[in-house]
Design a protein around this ligand. Sequence first.
Ligand code: PLP
Length: 288
Amino acid sequence: MKVYINGTFYPKDEAKVSVFDHGYLYGDGIYETLRAYSGQVFKPGEHMARLMHSARLVEMSLPMDGDGFLDAIDRTVRENGLSEAYIRVSVSRGPGEIGLDPALCPVPTVVIIAKEFNKYPESMYEDGIKVSVVKTRRNHPECLDPAIKSTNFLNNIFAKMEAKRAGAYEGIMLNHAGHVAEGTISNVFIVENGSLVTPPLIAGILDGVTRNLVIKLAEGMGMTVFEEPFTEARMWAADEAFITNTTMEVMPVTDVDGHVVGGGKAGDAARRLRAAYREEVARCLKTR
Ligand code: PLP
């Protein structure tokens, strides 16, 4: 494996950043996770727009524009000879003297890791996954805005540890108001009477690239989509539930803390949306 660090490729074992990097010292950094299908990055513009948005929110000036990042990402995918790839782009504040002030770090560190995409077992898409609504609340937007795709991940890690203890695959976090916010690495949807319901951005969640695409696809299929707050009890009683992200795409949820959802099998809406998602991938590949 070759890892991109600030314009140079290093073998995995030699891919190192400074212990004085404020990403390491303080969790001061932002990132994106992308997927390549047949060697082509999916929704590149959307991921770059979010990276720029995160950079603005943490007041970091990036060393490249979106096209520069996409070129570096393409090079990393090709350098590793990948077709189906998982890609992680991290931009940390960079090395600097000890102290919180970002001004101590004149040059951010850009790391791009691309590796073979490990497919989720098809059985997960058939049977759905178990999730657990955890005690750890999602960061309050006025403390650390979840709209920032930040490498400062302890909030999500605590939720993941709780979910694991509960024997669940994903932890669902509530927000400060007690409404469902999002998963540790995913956005949440429920289906009620043929309509899709998902927490609004003001619930304090990440503006998921997959979430936005799924909303568009659902509307294209004639479904009504409500972006409105809901409680965990509505998840238990929903006709279907699923979570979304760049790597899972549309993953059915069939168990919420022991409450069986959708009869314990992937529902029709989740199946159709995943199929539509795959069609969109194929369409994007063709138009390049
Ligand atoms: N919410 C959180 C907290 C995430 O970390 C992620 C992705 O990693 C998502 C939602 C889904 O975002 P996307 O669909 O852009 O991958």
